[in-house]
Design a protein around this ligand. Structure first.
Ligand code: F3S
Length: 391
């Protein structure tokens, strides 16, 4: 790789151990993926924040990085952690877990990371602009900013995104390059337009195309639909970039006339639904994957207002960011008649497997990960159908 004199100096340890470790990782990734050089980034979003997912090994890595003086050099935000920082006892979290989780948050803070702990930082805390090169982890968020905003990031892992954040640079390959952003398959979609239909669409498309770059026709996503679609395709496949005719900023620039066309309609959505639903009764209903936006908080509160939770055997969690929760006190009051509105955590990165075995969600992403990462049997339905279970 072509490195500048300053980048060589960092690699040789002249700017401290933290910077050196970061440069070693970024250049190693660059060599693996054939990057010719490094590119400046304007922001980073980091995953690897829950003690459940990184364990003691990850905690030690962060201790070493912080002790080595590592500091991020671009605005950087953090993914959800394993618990609500104040209300962890309501999540059945042990004190031992809580102490380690708080230490992880503290270490990221020492390195200059904004410990916002949300998977939807693009709605407020960290909003890239069109054409920005960024280094984002969190598969749903990076797909959203690539696709709906037109920023450019690869599917970074937690350590790679942290290293890039420290350097303010990442390896210049993959989705940073024009030619890799071209669509490779057309999806003609037939859905009813509800947010839940975007979840099923994403599930069906991810199952059908894996990591290709889809170009959608027949959909008109807003923010909530785009976040849902991004999350679902990243989980059922590994889609990191998509385009939608008339809806995403790069879509108009491509000729798709010679691409394969896949039709997704009723039978494919039904197959996606069946794949996500493996149980008929649940102990926990968890809403907010990706984290609820203000608009969704208003919608859920409006739906629940005046209703009563009758079935006390089923717990309900609503997951959002502290930023959103603090802006919606009236909605929170209504929603908490049904269950806690938890901030900066979610049903997948929290250690729910210690308490629950069967969980319901409205998210295809959570529907994929609850069985694999949380040992759950999962139910995936729209919010009103889930709420019928308790009313
Ligand atoms: Fe966010 Fe957790 Fe879903 S991190 S995208 S709410 S699995």
């Amino acid at each position: 790789m072509d490195l500048t004199r300053e980048e060589e100096a960092i690699l040789n340890g002249e700017m401290g151990e933290g910077m050196q470790k970061a440069m070693e990782l970024v250049t190693a990734l660059g060599k693996i993926y054939g990057a010719e050089d490094l590119i400046d980034i304007t922001s980073a979003h980091l995953s690897g924040a829950s003690y459940k997912t990184i364990g003691d090994g990850g905690l030690k890595y962060l201790e070493d990085m912080a002790a080595g003086g590592a500091k991020v050099s671009v605005p950087s935000t953090l993914n959800p952690v394993g618990m609500d920082r104040e209300r962890w006892a309501e999540m059945h979290i042990t004190r031992g877990f809580a102490e380690k989780q708080l230490r992880i948050i503290d270490l990221y803070g020492q390195m200059g990371v904004r410990t916002t702990c949300s998977c939807t930082p693009y709605t407020g805390a960290n909003v890239p602009s069109f054409g920005d090169h960024v280094a984002w982890a969190e598969s749903s968020a990076l797909s959203f900013v690539n696709s709906f905003i037109g920023a450019r990031t690869n599917r970074e892992g937690g350590p790679g995104a942290l290293a890039a954040a420290i350097l303010g640079k990442t390896a210049n390959y993959g989705l940073h390059l024009d030619e890799r952003r071209r669509p490779t398959v057309v999806i003609d979609a037939e859905i009813d337009g509800s947010v839940f239909s975007y979840s099923l669409l994403g599930q069906a498309v991810g199952m059908a195309i894996g990591s290709r770059v889809p170009y959608f026709r027949g959909i008109a996503p807003g923010v909530e639909e785009a976040k849902t679609l991004s999350a679902a395709m990243a989980a059922s496949g590994s889609v990191a970039l998509w385009h939608a005719e008339g809806a995403t900023p790069e879509a108009g620039g491509f000729d798709v006339s010679d691409l394969e066309v896949i039709h997704i309609g009723e039978p494919e959505l039904k197959a996606a639904y069946d794949k996500l639903n493996t149980v008929q009764d649940v102990q926990l209903i968890a809403i907010g994957c990706p984290h609820l936006t203000e608009k969704e908080m208003h919608q859920i509160a409006a739906f629940l207002k005046g209703k009563r939770k009758v079935n006390k055997d089923i717990e309900i969690w609503f997951c959002t960011s502290e930023e959103v929760r603090s802006k919606c006190p009236e909605d929170v009051k209504v929603m908490e008649e049904f269950g806690p509105v938890l901030a900066d955590t979610c049903m997948v990165v929290a250690p729910i497997e210690g308490t629950f075995q069967r969980t319901g969600t409205n998210s295809a992403k959570a529907g994929n990960y609850l069985p694999t990462l949380c040992s759950q049997k999962a139910m995936c339905r729209d919010i009103s159908a889930l709420m019928e279970l308790v009313m």
